[in-house]
Design a binder for this molecule. Structure first.
Ligand code: GLN
Length: 292
């Protein structure tokens, strides 16, 4: 006769059910999905495989590791930092607290950038404020003839970005520069595309953001008094560095479209347009240097 009845063990099913309930009570977003992502991480498996093994009991060590992740999640550490990665444009990017977690809206910026680049010819691209490198690396991976440069002021972010370029097989075509905006980039370089998801949240709004977002690097979010304090010098520095016909593409906050459009026009760019995201919020501003 055995005391350890299987029904009493902490099986995958039981752990997921319990965690979902607990996360729900604590108002953690996407309770069931979060539980699955964290447990799949602890068991070094995928969410799909969890379902094929719902009656598997966890070992004491696995339970211990899982419990500590649950505690950290309840203290508002983002799930992506806990599992160490985030899917972006069909690829897995390593992330940690040194970088902004890539957002699905930013995939639109990649899409817009790719749409102005030739598929089978060389092109030069610069990604300013590269963070995790998600934009630079995605563009390099999608355009094998492109040479991509990427800058960031944060040395820690660049370490993560380099790791991503390496892991995703594009490190020979992505060159990283540490410094503010275009300052570290050689002055004589010209680009067919300058792309950036700069910090654009007004400083006064930062304290009101979700606690998870406040765990992300302040530097990656803080756009100064009116949210445009990084965008203005970025546009001023990037516009003269475009090849004739070259594009500048920026991500913005939904209420910044008209103001940022005016900044691009004041910098002499043509065909300036605003694009909306899937939620119909203004999300991108694009403009180009006149083709000669
Ligand atoms: N380029 C990165 C991203 O889009 C980081 C942007 C940032 O740090 N502001 O996610």
């Amino acid at each position: 006769m055995s005391e350890a009845k299987p029904a009493e063990a902490w099986t995958i099913r039981k752990v997921l059910d319990w965690t979902r309930g607990h996360f729900e009570k604590q108002a953690i977003d996407a309770p069931r999905l979060t539980a699955e992502l964290l447990l799949a991480h602890v068991l070094a498996t995928t969410r799909v495989k969890l379902f094929m093994d719902l009656d598997r009991p966890l070992t004491k060590d696995e339970l211990g590791t899982y419990r500590s992740l649950i505690q950290r999640r309840l203290a508002h550490e983002p799930t992506q930092y806990l599992v160490g990665h985030k899917e972006f444009y069909g690829r897995r990017f390593v992330v940690d607290a040194r970088v902004l977690i890539p957002r699905s809206e930013t995939e639109l910026l990649v899409e817009a950038g790719l749409s102005v680049l030739p598929k089978d010819a060389p092109a030069r691209v610069l990604d300013v404020c590269t963070g995790s490198g998600c934009i630079a690396v995605s563009i390099a991976a999608e355009r094998p003839h492109a040479s991509v440069w990427a800058s960031d002021v944060s040395p820690g972010a660049l370490e993560v970005a380099k790791q991503n370029a390496e892991a995703l097989g594009v490190s020979s075509r992505v060159t990283f520069f540490q410094g503010s905006l275009l300052e570290p980039v050689p002055a004589d370089a010209r680009f067919d595309l300058v792309v950036s998801n700069p910090p654009y949240i007004p400083t006064g709004e930062l304290a009101g953001l979700e606690p998870e977002v406040r765990r992300e690097p302040h530097l990656a979010l803080d756009g100064g008094d009116d949210g445009l304090v990084v965008i203005r010098p970025l546009v001023a520095a990037a516009a003269p560095r475009l090849n004739p016909g070259g594009w500048l593409a920026l991500e913005i906050a939904e209420d910044q479209g008209a103001r940022v459009k005016a900044v691009l026009e004041a910098a002499g760019l043509h065909d300036v347009r605003i694009e909306k995201d899937l939620a119909r919020h203004e999300r991108l501003v694009l403009g180009r240097r006149a083709p000669t």
